[in-house]
Design a protein around this ligand. Structure first.
Ligand code: TSX
Ligand code: MN
Length: 582
């Protein structure tokens, strides 16, 4: 190890946390096996049935530590306004002081692990290096799946290479002594008091979205909460799309979509590049290129089954870490809306004996699997490409039971940015809050944009000017319902029919109908072979509903004050006028 700033930082952090030992992770299989043994001995991990689930492990988090804690997540910048109304803010001095009190001596009797990791293929011009310190073996084993981790990253870092300083400690896992702090001015993340994925795997939301979005604005690229997938057409050509949806809209399912029989026969195939995060840069060809900075899936288990996502089910049969699911007597796992019959008994996510029909959840609704992307049958062969994949279309979406049509296309880049900025989704029963309540979530980045979202919108507008061949922008809604509450669209694999239209639009192969909200498909240009559905309703635009929506958008935009780019207000007023003229 030759990187002196890294050595002195590790020394300084160890002085504060007081671990008994410091272990530099090399990322090897031997190291993984040693750590597994150790964690199994202490009960931190349970080895699952190795015949049925080879290489798989099981973990329960503390019951008070099962999800990201947005109220304890802060952006620590010298200037409060640069964090924006979309973030909690703390001054860097206060952040360091409060967290230092919790970190001080918190690793006594434990080992501090030093993990060098790369977000993106090691050595890629897109990639960023981080070093995470943690006192949790569970976190080390998860990071080993989710990132490229080990000695080869140190070699790439060299003597003076820059890295994000990521400090994580479980301390006493007390919600009152929990802080997730981002210091963009110091390229530093401090997370203490939680062992849960989104709070503790610092390469994911903290680095790859909150810090990276700030860096991306400075450097002129995009760090987005998007899946990336390739759509191979019958001629063998692959078009790539990047898509952003709020949580619980099936992003992972879409990224691993299996074509329905008719389109499979036509010759369509899907290639998964990523299911959560996209880093996108303009290349010298004037196109937007994207990589997935991650190396694994940290997916929600409940609802994942062989009908909703067969590729994910295959991916999690080996070398997977399961968190907060039901443990069956045979050493396998189960969750609500999973595969197989409801088990007759098991141990629930709280560690208590469980039987069906008692009204008790078997798995926590936010229970997870951590699986290497290389396990996924639909993995893209471009996953290690240093320049990523060229993006033909950007797709936004949300759960809207009535308002937005199945699909529509932006009139141009600025209008597309407006479409992303007004994104919203309805809450479902699984989530807290009022049922059916509409929640704004621009570009699905509300909890993940590391700076003032008004400036983020400006950045998106600027990015459009840098591209000679920008992706076309679309909005989809798989969740439109009829007056009886029945879904109008079958969803899942059938969504490929919509993606086929999107790609055809990108190529200029089909005409579309210009409406007040954007371009809509001509009914005959969608391949609906074998489907029996009410297309008019799916493509309907209700003028009165849209006028109501524009009022809600005005209110939302106003929360950003004068910092909101005028161009978005111009787009907004233009939409209002088009709606009045209909
Ligand atoms: O993930 C989903 N997708 C994307 C798939 C590629 N889900 C699951 C909910 C979000 C986690 C969906 N649910 C989708 C969808 O496209 N669509 C729906 C709604 C729906 C649910 C059940 C049916 C149809 C639509 N069942 C029948 O039509 C029989
Ligand atoms: Mn996500």
């Amino acid at each position: 190890m030759r990187n002196k700033p890294l050595l002195s930082w590790v020394e300084e952090m160890a002085k504060m946390c007081q671990p008994d030992k410091i272990h530099w992770c090399d990322g090897s299989v031997e190291e993984k096996e040693r750590l597994e043994e150790e964690a199994i001995k202490t009960g931190e991990l349970i080895r699952l049935n190795q015949e049925k689930l080879p290489g798989c492990l099981f973990h329960r988090t503390d019951p008070s530590d099962v999800a990201r804690t947005e109220d304890l997540t802060f952006i620590c910048t010298s200037d409060k306004d640069s964090a924006g109304p979309n973030n909690n803010w703390m001054s860097p001095e206060e952040g360091y002081r409060k967290a230092r009190e919790i970190f001080a001596g918190s690793m006594t009797g434990r080992t501090m692990y030093v993990m060098p990791f790369s977000m993106g293929p090691v050595g890629s011009p897109f990639a960023k290096i981080g070093v995470q310190l943690t006192d949790s073996i569970y976190v080390v084993l998860n990071m080993r799946i989710m990132t490229r981790m080990g000695t080869h990253v140190l070699d790439n870092l060299g003597e003076w290479g820059e890295f994000t300083k990521c400090l994580h400690g479980k301390a006493d896992v007390n919600p009152n002594r929990r802080l997730i702090l981002h210091f963009p001015e110091d390229n530093t993340i401090w997370s203490v008091g939680s062992g849960y994925g989104g709070n503790a795997l610092l390469g994911k939301k903290c680095l790859s979205l909150r810090l990276a979005s700030t860096i991306a604005k400075k450097e002129g690229w995009l760090a987005e909460h998007m899946l990336i997938m390739g759509i191979e057409d019958p001629s063998g050509n692959i078009d790539y799309i990047a898509a952003a949806f709020p949580s619980a809209c099936g992003k992972t399912n879409l990224a691993m979509l299996i074509p329905p029989e008719g389109l499979k026969k036509k010759g369509y195939r899907i290639w998964t590049v990523g299911d959560d995060i996209a880093w996108m840069q303009v290349d010298s060809d004037g196109n937007l290129w994207a990589i997935n900075p991650e190396a694994g899936f940290f997916g929600v288990a409940p609802g994942t089954n062989s009908l909703t996502n067969p590729n994910a089910m295959t991916a999690i049969q080996k070398d997977t870490i399961y968190t907060n699911v039901l443990l069956k007597p045979d050493g396998t796992v189960w969750w609500e809306d999973g595969d197989g019959a409801v088990p007759e008994e098991g141990i629930d996510w709280l560690g208590n004996p469980w039987k069906p029909g008692t009204g008790v959840q078997a798995a926590h609704p936010n229970s997870r699997f951590t699986a290497p992307i290389t396990n996924c049958p639909s993995i893209s062969h471009r996953i290690e490409h240093h320049h990523g994949v060229p993006i033909s279309a950007i797709v936004f979406g949300g759960k809207r039971s009535h308002l937005t049509p199945l699909v529509y296309e932006a009139l141009n880049w600025e209008h597309g940015v407006y479409m992303g900025a007004i994104m919203a989704s309805e809450r479902t029963a699984a989530q807290y809050g009022k049922l059916g309540e509409v929640r704004r979530d621009p570009m699905a980045m509300l909890p993940f944009c590391g700076y003032n979202m008004a400036d983020y919108f400006s950045h998106w507008l600027d990015m459009g000017k840098k591209m000679t061949n920008p992706p076309k922008i679309f909005n989809v809604n798989w969740f439109k319902r009829d007056d009886n509450g029945k879904f109008l669209w079958p969803g899942y694999g059938e969504n490929l029919r919509v993606l086929e239209w999107i790609i055809a639009r990108c190529k200029g192969d089909v005409e579309a109908k210009k409406t007040a909200i954007g371009y809509l498909p001509m009914p005959e240009s969608l391949d609906l072979n074998g489907l029996d559905l009410e297309l008019e309703k799916l493509l309907e635009i209700n003028q009165q509903d849209w006028i109501e929506e524009t009022k809600a958008v005005s209110e939302f935009f106003s929360t950003f004050g004068s910092r909101l780019p005028q161009i978005l207000w111009d787009e907004h007023n233009a939409l209002c006028n088009r709606l009045k003229m209909e």
